[in-house]
Design a binder for this molecule. Sequence first.
Ligand SMILES: Nc1ncnc2c1ncn2[C@@H]1O[C@H](COP(=O)(O)OP(=O)(O)O)[C@@H](O)[C@H]1O
Ligand SMILES: [Mg+2]
Length: 322
Amino acid sequence: MSQKKIDKQMKQIEDKRAKSRIFKKDSSFLKAEENVFDVPTLKLLYSFANKGYINELGGSISTGKEANVFYATGNEGEVAVKIYRINSSTFKAMDPYILKDPRFTHIRHSRKDIIFAWTQKEYQNLLRISKAGIRAPRPITCDRNVLIMEFMGENGVAYPSLKDVKMDDEDARIFYDQIIEDMRRMYVRASLVHADLSEYNILIDIEKGEAVIIDVGQAVTLNHPNAREFLLRDVENIKRFFRKYGIEEETKSILEQIKQKKEEDIIVEPDETDVKAADEKTSTDEETGTDEETRTDENISADEETGTDEEMNAGIPEKEND
Ligand SMILES: Nc1ncnc2c1ncn2[C@@H]1O[C@H](COP(=O)(O)OP(=O)(O)O)[C@@H](O)[C@H]1O
Ligand SMILES: [Mg+2]
């Protein structure tokens, strides 16, 4: 038998083993989710199992509009597996965030490519946010529509969302201050605006008394044309949530705090290699392309707006009336 043939057979055996291993404990997984995941996604999960990222896929943590999050254990311990659904019809909601992001100007504009780029973007944003000294899930790996990251919780139980945490005014003040500091670090150090920050996308590690920032797929760089508007919306969300704990602060003053540079700040350089990897990844996925939806010209023209790294670190470009 040729080496190639042996390799192929070995791979088939490995795939089978992985399949039985990761789905054994929760055999309802495939049944319950069979309409959610396509075959390439399942194959990708098997390949993550072969590489040891997943040893056992556990229960569902969340079913959102675009993605499902599962608990799993692997060689790195407890992990969260976020799977963007290719068939989700709400992918169009992602357009304004990704099409104008200067880091993602080269992606092919099919529905699947946008989802793959989106997943890649969440991975990169998590990396940048972690490097900026913000508590957030450490990204472990990603490919196509699947992102594997550190599980924020303990013994299979995820930390509660800020919205579900019972706290008094004093605790609320501590979390509020932390969250504003996280927004500052995100802005000044990572040159990012979260763009979907609310009590739903902040988890609370009660034991350590720490806020954890999650769900950063839509976070944009400061030179994104809508960065200002997204930042303002984030601030208003945080203000609204903390108002019931007696915290009232002017938007203007909060924005000043967020944009304030401090001596100890270390700027996270936009990582060139990350962006290149993203481009390469999306282009190698072409072999699986089938019924692609080609994008219209009006959306493609949004890609013209690119920016340099210098601009990216200079804050949101000021308007005349600021
Ligand atoms: N790394 C993680 N560790 C633990 N739980 C997580 C993690 N990531 C997400 N979750 C859980 O899954 C939910 C949905 O995840 P999120 O990233 O916000 O996706 P969506 O885009 O669907 O809102 C979160 O509210 C949280 O409960
Ligand atoms: Mg969320």
